[in-house]
Design a protein around this ligand. Sequence first.
Ligand code: NDP
Length: 402
Amino acid sequence: MFNLLIIGAGAAGSVVAKKAALNRDVFTKIHLASRTLKKCEIVKKEAASEIEISQVDADNVKEVVALINKFKPDLVVNMALPYQDLPIMDACLETCVSYLDTANYEPKDLAKFEYSWQWAYQERFTKAGILAILGCGFDPGVTNIFCAYAQKHYFDEIHYIDIIDCNAGDHGKSFATNFNPEINIREVTQDGKYYKDGKWVDIKALSISKDIDYPEVGIKKSYLIFHEELESIAKNFKHLKQARFWMTFSDNYIKHLDVLQSVGMTRIDPVIHKGVEIIPIEFLKTLLPEPSSLAENYSGKTSIGCIIQGIKDGKEKKILIYNVCDHAMCNKEVKAQAVSYTTGVPALVGAKMFATKAWAGKGVKNVEEFDPDPFMKELATQGLPWHVKELPVVEQKEPLAA
Ligand code: NDP
């Protein structure tokens, strides 16, 4: 008997709910709640088995507490936005229920994402005897677990990690984001940084790029950006010398972003428009396509992995662990595009790890702190097969191509 509560019926949350509905041997009852009930109704209709739904404003702790008390879940999976992480964690504390999410907290009025706010719940979650599983999407999530798997099976010491993330898909729109537009644009327009020799090296947004050869996709221009898993990876891998995150953006995406930014449409502070206060990025989000709406005509693949270098038995070693996911396959299976699918499936697998007690404990943990083996096995079974490739060892060189 295991009751699963999912909050957020957007592009990725819908995947979690639909996949849970295909895993009834583990999830006895499933409840999907979101700000807009209509979106839950659509998921309910499309799910393979019965799920319950309701409306909730997850910014409101009291509402989430009432929902938890009514449904009595064993785990709350937060698939709403990073803004809701803390109110949902507060509600979980009040009701003594464990928690899982896919993105770390960021305040609405500050475009800065870091784990400090959620790591600060460590003592309270431990005292309450409940577990918070942080960052269980693909990146963060699977990428952290790829590193943990590499540490367990391939290395004595990991020295270098390059996370490489390519979406080589085509959605046919002139400009759209693959996950929530507000969160995506806040992430990409921030200045970047990477971890080197115990320090963070700051760089200007999108100022460093290089060509990377992605499995099944080929060579793509990739930009060095800050991504949240670097923070927990830098903390959890003791011998690490350097960790970087690379993501592909098309020239067309960058061109649109440049224009939007230069005219002020990505601003997160309020401006007065015809006597009314609006936040430009929130208005922009209203205009842009919803990530879930991209699924139908999306072609191509995502190719995401970790290039990991270190030492095994005294010798230098380098491997790539990766997954390739096809947009059309995801649409066929659960009416989603690959970015939502690669986020939702790992969240579901994380929930399954907790439900089956393969992952247990109390306090606040990032996913690389758990045993990677059962997760990796289940990930492949649930639709995201992964591969390990040995790479030739070459010396790590600086400077990076600008
Ligand atoms: P969507 O915008 O499609 O979905 C977000 C959903 O959350 C919407 O349905 C929205 O409701 C709901 N929501 C927002 N605010 C509230 C609230 N106060 N109360 C209840 N529900 C609310 O985004 P995605 O599905 O693309 O992304 C979801 C999350 O996944 C984000 O946090 C994102 O950062 C994360 N993510 C993680 C990735 C990873 O690999 N780790 C990759 C991609 C995304 P409404 O429909 O009313 O707007």
